[in-house]
Design a protein around this ligand. Structure first.
Ligand SMILES: CC(C)(COP(=O)(O)OP(=O)(O)OC[C@H]1O[C@@H](n2cnc3c(N)ncnc32)[C@H](O)[C@@H]1OP(=O)(O)O)[C@@H](O)C(=O)NCCC(=O)NCCS
Length: 121
């Protein structure tokens, strides 16, 4: 088995600006319905939650880019928090080379950061 890590940091205001500029298009292109529902449930701080999920998907792309030849889209990966709040990554498309992806997220007022570890079969 092989592992590959990825990381990304993003300014939350950049995600906010993009979402306001492109309205629903940015939202539906990047995030799944479950992710949107989760972020929207945090009304006052929703952009922190959107931004950190965006960062997580960027981090995944970094981790897989030199391992897989096919290009994947944002919504091929879905982040759902489990019952204790830990985020988990689910594949929305079949990627046979990937065994699992672990993710850790953090955000403050200005920045969101994500780290992933991808385990390959
Ligand atoms: C879980 C905990 C460590 C998160 O710390 P925090 O400083 O509030 O978290 P940050 O603001 O840096 O990051 C928030 C992210 O942490 C992640 N997170 C939340 N709970 C988590 C958990 N139990 N395990 C792993 N990650 C968790 C989420 O991804 C969250 O972002 P999201 O809601 O957008 O998905 C904190 O709430 C805590 O200490 N809780 C009490 C003790 C506890 O439950 N510990 C876990 C078991 S040891």
């Amino acid at each position: 088995m092989k592992v590959s890590c990825g990381t990304d940091i993003i300014e939350i205001d950049r995600v906010k600006d993009a979402m306001e500029k492109y309205e629903g298009k940015f939202q539906t292109e990047i995030f799944t319905e479950i992710e949107v529902n989760y972020c929207e449930s945090h009304k006052n701080q929703k952009y922190q939650h959107y931004a950190v999920r965006f960062a997580a998907k960027e981090a995944i792309f970094k981790a897989i880019s030199n391992k897989l030849s096919k290009n994947y889209s944002w919504n091929d990966f879905e982040i759902i928090n489990n019952e204790i709040g830990k985020p988990e990554v689910f594949l929305k498309t079949n990627i046979p080379e990937i065994e699992s992806i672990d993710v850790s997220l953090s955000h403050c007022k200005e920045y969101a950061v994500a780290n992933v570890v991808v385990l390959f079969k």
